[in-house]
Design a protein around this ligand. Structure first.
Ligand code: IPD
Length: 281
């Protein structure tokens, strides 16, 4: 994988890539933790270190390209997707997991041109799994081609979601009621694992390796969505807005599934939780 190779140490092994080595090492160490939009929206010095490393390496090679990155945005950079070639970066997805040494964290890098997603890379740091997808060229995990779950029946589905950063009573009621609606529809289970990009490729892997059938969330961001969207679509899946319409990368909400039928069933069951837009802040 050419782009990931930018960050690889000399032997070019997947497991020797630099951001993942930094994250794995820091996972076991003491961290300085700060908060961003809410008391549960966390950031550490490692998020900043990895983001700066990725941007500086890419900038050396692609000096005219633009960047949208989680921590730069939190520090006030504009989050607007223009037609220019743009890298969309989440240096550590699952920062709360990372802080608590819960080993479910990922690095996510998406790339868009003319506001169209071209390719994405998600690296699951502790399992050393590299997910890649390029528009028109398929999706892979460590080189093995990915196919989504073909399940269409919600009563046979395992569904993934994430909580999002708002914890006011009204938001929590809607979050829990959405989960309740899916459980009422007899979904086999709803799982929260603490990392949007770890969830998003959930519908991807072959059934034997433990996939989910669908994923939905309110309160995620374009850097959680960009790479995962290309990977899921290239594996044959559907990524849409929670209204059932086309995905809007900046809308802070998503439904993804292996089949359109499954995605629509979930979209129809959900009540909207308003998180505003990434490009409005
Ligand atoms: C967050 C995590 C979390 C999800 C949030 C994401 P971060 O990403 O994926 O599980 O609920 O919506 O923004 O802050 O760890 O990069």
């Amino acid at each position: 994988w050419v782009i990931w190779g930018q960050f690889s140490l000399p032997q070019g092994q997947v497991e020797s890539c630099l951001p993942a080595r930094i994250i794995r090492k820091a996972l076991t160490e003491e961290k300085r933790v700060s908060t961003k939009t809410s008391a549960v929206d966390l950031v550490t010095e490692t998020d900043h270190l990895v983001e700066n490393l990725i941007i500086s390496e890419l900038r050396k090679r692609f000096p005219s390209h633009r960047f949208i990155a989680e921590e730069a945005t939190a520090s006030g950079a504009k989050c607007v997707l223009t037609p220019s070639p743009t890298w969309i970066i989440d240096p550590i997805d699952g920062t709360c997991n990372f802080v608590h040494r819960f080993p479910t964290v990922a690095v996510s890098i998406g790339f868009a041109v003319h506001q169209e997603l071209e390719f994405g890379v998600i690296y699951h740091c502790t399992e050393e799994r590299l997910y890649t997808g390029q528009r028109g060229r398929g999706a892979f995990c460590n080189g093995q081609q990915l196919r989504v779950s073909r399940e269409t029946d919600l009563s046979k589905a395992l569904v993934l979601t994430e909580i999002g950063p708002k914890r006011d009573p009204a938001t929590l009621r809607l979050f829990l009621s959405n989960m309740e609606r899916l459980l009422h529809a007899k979904a086999h289970g709803v799982r929260v694992i603490g990392s949007s990009t770890r969830c998003s490729p959930g519908p991807l892997a072959p059934r034997a390796s433990g996939p989910a059938d669908a994923y939905y969330q309110f309160g995620l961001h374009c850097w959680d969505l960009a790479a995962a969207t290309v990977i899921i679509r290239e594996a044959g899946g559907i990524v849409m807005d929670t209204s059932g319409g086309p995905l809007d990368l900046m809308s802070c909400r998503v439904v993804a599934a292996g089949t359109r039928e499954m995605a629509m069933l979930i979209a129809q069951a959900l009540q909207t939780i308003d998180y505003g837009r990434d490009d409005e802040n």
